[in-house]
Ligand binder design. Structure first.
Ligand SMILES: [Zn+2]
Length: 148
């Protein structure tokens, strides 16, 4: 009898634990993966934008992205640059100065064309994202007077 009770209690406890774990895991996934998942496209476009403007290199891009609030480790950036090169958007060369060398990336014609198309899409999305806000700020004084 006692043994059964403890078994039931243990089962209840493990169910609660599971609930907590699942809830917590969902929160972690949303915070860590979710944001990154949404921003990864923006980071790619940002990199492409700078590669179209001029030659870029890993550390410089990490600094540039951190200026915009994106924290990317070399371990995350280099595979990204590599895959962008594999897909034909960037082309890299090893550039030496004295004892040091670094890999420098430039946009290919495909990269330039892709950025041009993406900018049109970003412009459209931007307009839609901020359309309501523009309307909201126009009607804000009315809302205030209605409250008072
Ligand atoms: Zn930038």
């Amino acid at each position: 009898m006692r043994r059964q009770e403890t078994e039931v209690q243990e089962r209840k406890a493990s169910n609660i634990d599971l609930c907590i774990v699942l809830r917590y895991r969902k929160k972690i996934l949303t915070q860590k993966v979710g944001n990154h998942w949404f921003y990864s496209g923006l980071v790619r476009l940002h990199i492409l934008h700078h590669a179209v403007e001029g030659p870029i290199f890993g550390f410089g891009i990490i600094e540039e992205l951190s200026r915009h609030g994106y924290r990317l480790s070399p371990g995350a950036l280099y595979p990204l640059l590599h895959s962008m090169e594999q897909m034909g958007y960037l082309r890299s060369t090893e550039e030496r100065s004295g004892r040091w060398s670094r890999r420098v990336y430039r946009a290919t014609p495909l990269g330039r064309e892709t950025l041009r198309e993406a900018k049109e899409k970003v412009r459209e999305l931007f307009a839609e994202l901020f359309e309501k806000e523009a309307e909201g700020s126009a009607s804000r004084p009315q809302r205030r007077s209605a409250k008072a």
